[in-house]
Design a protein around this ligand. Structure first.
Ligand SMILES: [Zn+2]
Ligand SMILES: [Zn+2]
Length: 163
């Protein structure tokens, strides 16, 4: 949800995560990292943060320090504002997700050395709390699924046109 004071810094509050999201960077920030992020990445001087006011807002919203990914629901919908990787690689053996082919192959060699390296990989949509910091990926259901022929609505229209 957007908050008028937070909006002046280009950040908003995500109720589900209990964290602040920087809309420009697409990353989630906890109470301790917000000021550092605004200062280092966005050069705080331009904003002139009123720290008392900011802390007051963070307390009011009950912003947390961090979010434990194990609390994510199965079939987690895409979290608005966070960077989305629509073609991440998922491990067949343990469901671990990596952003690149090289990275998932490295994971496979390290964690499943006795299983032959797959020649093809399943691709999924995934997000990270902080993609620049290369935090862990988690699978999400994207909000705007690209339409394709397997889509129920698309099949319905195709069947209409055939009749
Ligand atoms: Zn940022
Ligand atoms: Zn694995």
């Amino acid at each position: 949800m957007s908050h008028p004071y937070l909006a002046t810094f280009g950040i908003c509050f995500n109720v589900f995560l209990g964290l602040i999201i920087c809309l420009e960077c697409g990353c989630a920030l906890g109470t301790k990292s917000i000021v550092l992020h605004l200062h280092d990445v966005h050069q705080e001087e331009h904003f002139r943060i009123d720290h008392t006011k900011l802390n007051q807002v963070l307390t009011e919203l009950q912003v947390k320090e961090s979010f434990d990914l194990t609390n994510l629901p199965i079939n987690c919908p895409e979290i608005e504002g966070l960077h989305l990787s629509s073609n991440a690689y998922i491990c067949f053996t343990c469901q671990h997700i990596r952003g690149t082919l090289k990275s998932i192959q490295t994971h496979h060699l390290a964690c499943h050395p006795n299983i032959p390296m797959p020649t093809s990989w399943k691709r999924v949509a995934a997000q990270q709390l902080h993609h620049q910091n290369r935090t862990s990926y988690f699978q999400v259901i994207p909000r705007n699924l690209p339409s394709n022929e397997n889509d129920i609505a698309t099949q319905f229209f195709i069947s209409l046109n055939q009749n």
